[in-house]
Design a protein around this ligand. Structure first.
Ligand code: ARG
Length: 462
């Protein structure tokens, strides 16, 4: 019989028992459930609500249960709806009546909120660690290929040459912002619901500040109704996971494109590729595709919880039991994607020659040629048009800007002089973007120190 069976004459049938159970999902929170119960019972004893002997027996019993769960000996039984009832009934079987005093002044409503917050604080930190590892892999790749020139794109058309390292560092900033979002989710979870009981608080003289301190929360939640109903911290976590998955999908999309025959900019390691069961020659960037695909399910987890919370009246409703599965899935998925992406980036080969060969196409010096004229006094719009004519000329001749003669340039404008060749040199074009945040080598070196300083700060936070 369930722990709440007193007012019932009949139990639920096997199907409804299973349908209503959250044990398969929430048993992952066993350590948090036990920590919460130890803190609660110690506080009950300190406040004189239960005896010190009972609190000691509860602690001993819970620790033994913890060991049993860790060694796989704990007899999980779906007849206990969730991890909270599983542990409480095992405790009572083990230590008798002292176990029955544990739930004094507590409800599963504040208990589940407490456990979930503790659990998600832990997961958020683990995600932050995996986030840092991915950023380290990107920085490493950027460093190893610092001077490699990549065609920069807008509209997926050749635009201006950039440093490959600048491109990799762009992703480190995206993931650094995701780290901040994970920190925000951590902070949102970092508040103690215990003492709110079912919804209204309790008549027992509980010390909410004591359990707050014992469990490492930053403060007790101010409103008991809010404490048992709030799942914003899960939305925040899944949102952070979703945005980071979107970032991963953008990175992976580029790596998939770059590892195609058309680009050949990178070669994926065999260990991050798969073959085909029919086409012997195939080498597919399967894992990058999978990461790109998994962003869909994580955003789905966010939508699912938002819809579950929509219009939900205060305070606890069983709908809220649906909160954990998606949040855990989002965290698990993102963590795996971080690990996979970090390994994939570390193991890939950067093909500098292929990047340079493409960077030479598409008149990527055009902006600099226009700037050349503008710096000599021609209004930029007019310079833009003049260089447009030169590009048209090249198009007709089937050549590049660097193949035009000085005469060709001067036919377009007498401002052109022999030094125009300097504007056609790709490394010089890149290097000239010395502006803060630009792709010039010097600017990227400055940026690299900033990226590393941020990583250092984030590592220290963990
Ligand atoms: N299994 C429930 C959940 O995960 C625990 C809280 C149940 N509270 C209740 N009053 N039924 O949400």
């Amino acid at each position: 019989m369930a722990l709440w069976s007193g007012r019932f004459e009949e139990g639920v049938d096997e199907f409804t028992q299973r349908f209503g159970a959250s044990l398969p999902v929430d048993k992952r929170m066993y350590a948090e459930d036990i920590a919460g119960s130890i803190a609660h019972s110690a506080m009950l004893a300190k406040q004189g609500v239960i005896s010190a002997e009972d609190a000691a027996a509860i602690k001993g019993g819970l620790e033994a249960i913890s060991t049993e769960i860790e060694t796989g000996e704990f007899p999980f039984d779906i007849n206990n709806e969730d991890i909270h009832m599983s542990i409480e009934s095992a405790l009572t079987q083990r230590i008798g009546s002292a176990g029955k005093r544990l739930h004094t002044g507590r409800s599963r409503n504040d208990q589940v909120a407490t456990d979930t917050r503790l659990y998600m604080k832990k997961r958020a930190k683990q995600l932050m660690a995996a986030n840092v590892a991915l950023r380290e892999a990107l920085v490493q790749k950027a460093q190893e290929n610092f001077n490699v020139i990549l065609p920069g794109y807008t509209h997926l058309q050749h635009a201006q040459p950039v440093l490959f390292s600048h491109h990799m560092l762009a992703y480190t900033w995206m993931f650094a912002r995701d780290f901040e979002r994970l920190q925000a989710a951590y902070r949102a979870a970092d508040a103690n619901p215990l003492g709110s009981a079912a919804l209204a608080g309790t008549t027992y003289p509980l010390d909410r500040f004591a359990t707050t301190e014992a469990l490492g929360f930053s403060h007790p939640i101010s409103n008991s109704l809010d404490a048992v109903s709030d799942r914003d911290f899960l939305l925040d976590l899944i949102y952070a996971c979703s945005v980071s998955c979107l970032h991963l999908s953008r990175l992976c999309e580029e790596l998939i494109l770059w590892s195609s025959a058309e680009f050949g900019f990178v070669t994926m390691a065999d260990s991050y590729s798969t073959g085909s069961s029919i086409m012997p020659q195939k080498k597919n960037s399967d894992f990058a595709e999978l990461i790109r695909g998994k962003s869909g399910r994580v955003v789905g987890d966010l939508m699912a919880l938002m819809m579950t919370l929509k219009s939900l009246p205060l305070a606890y409703n069983k709908d809220l039991q649906e909160d954990k599965e998606g949040a855990m899935d989002a965290a698990d998925t993102l963590e795996d994607c971080y690990v996979c992406a970090a390994g994939m980036v570390a193991a890939m080969t950067v093909n500098a020659d292929a990047m340079m060969a493409q960077a030479k196409k598409g008149y990527m010096a055009a902006t600099d040629v226009a700037d050349y004229l503008a710096k000599k006094g021609m209004p930029f719009r007019q310079a833009h048009e003049a260089v447009g004519h030169l590009v048209l000329l090249c198009d007709k001749r089937g050549c590049g800007l660097e193949d035009l003669t000085l005469q060709d340039f001067q036919n377009e404008s007498p401002l052109f002089e022999a030094d125009i060749v300097e504007c056609l040199d790709l490394p010089a074009i890149v290097a000239a973007r010395t502006i803060y945040g630009g792709t010039g080598h010097e600017a990227v070196r400055v940026q690299m120190t900033e990226v590393k300083a941020q990583l250092e700060k984030d590592r220290a936070y963990l």
